[in-house]
Ligand binder design. Structure first.
Ligand code: ZN
Ligand code: ZN
Length: 251
């Protein structure tokens, strides 16, 4: 399976509009982070996890011309706001498959009512097919997808495990029961917002503690704020099996 980081930034991305923060002014391409999303490709299938406001730019940048579906971790705008830009794929293939839990489904139907309208539909609106998922495994193109329930503050959201790879973003706490699903991973992607604590996201220490506990062979940090610091500097401070992800990184 090929994994491409389409975006590794927190909700406002880096640079933040109008910010004079030193990381926002950095000229290092690894300090420029679009909103968090990854592209998964295996055996001719192409899926993305999340569809934030940078979706169009991300798919153009990664030269994606086929999309079999989108898996959603949760409904926050930085993970869903790009939804209208699935149109090229729904026009080509008739519809795009969405994999959503109940809270994402309810939220998207409210925020993107025109997409889900059954009467007086605008002909140009994207056509989507909703698949309800919860915390139970499901199959996509011959691979078993195991959801992992994590807490994003008070909000229950999903991470996903596919064979020995797991993607967790926007987590603040994970129950022991869900952590059991994260044993024997080759690659864990996990969110780490910044060094200071945050009420709804792991900070760097919390992410490193989780990594130390579950011992994946390699871990990549994502959903990063400018307040984490310069990529080049922070990368040197991490344990040898932990890496700061950056936009465009392929694993
Ligand atoms: Zn987020
Ligand atoms: Zn969120």
């Amino acid at each position: 399976m090929k994994i491409t980081f389409l975006g590794t930034g927190t909700s406002q991305g880096i640079p933040v509009i109008g910010s004079k923060h030193e990381v926002c002014l950095s000229t290092d391409s690894k300090d420029k982070r679009l909103r968090s999303s990854i592209l998964l490709e295996w055996e001719g299938a192409t899926y993305v996890i999340d569809c934030g406001p940078d979706f169009r730019q991300q798919l153009l940048r990664a030269d994606v011309d086929q999309l079999d579906g989108i898996l959603f971790t949760h409904y926050h705008a930085d993970h869903t706001a790009g939804l209208d830009d699935v149109r090229p794929f729904s026009q080509k293939d008739g519809q795009v498959e969405f994999y959503c839990d109940k809270s994402v489904t309810e939220n998207l139907k409210e925020r993107f009512a025109y997409i889900f309208a059954t009467e007086n539909r605008y002909a140009g609106a994207p056509k989507v097919s909703l698949h309800s998922i919860d915390n139970l495994p499901f199959e996509l193109n011959n691979k078993l997808i195991q959801p992992i329930e994590v807490m994003h503050g008070n909000l229950k959201i999903l991470g996903f495990k596919i064979e020995n790879f797991a993607y967790i973003t926007d987590a603040k706490t994970i129950s022991e029961k869900e952590k059991d699903k994260l044993k024997n991973l080759d690659v864990l992607v996990v969110n780490a917002l910044r060094k200071e604590p945050h009420p709804t996201h792991f900070n760097l220490d919390e992410a490193l503690r989780l990594i130390d506990e579950i011992q994946p062979k390699k871990a990549y940090l994502t959903h990063i704020s400018n307040r984490m610091g310069f990529h080049k500097v922070v990368a040197k401070e991490l344990p040898s099996n932990v890496f700061l992800a950056y936009d465009g990184l392929v694993v």
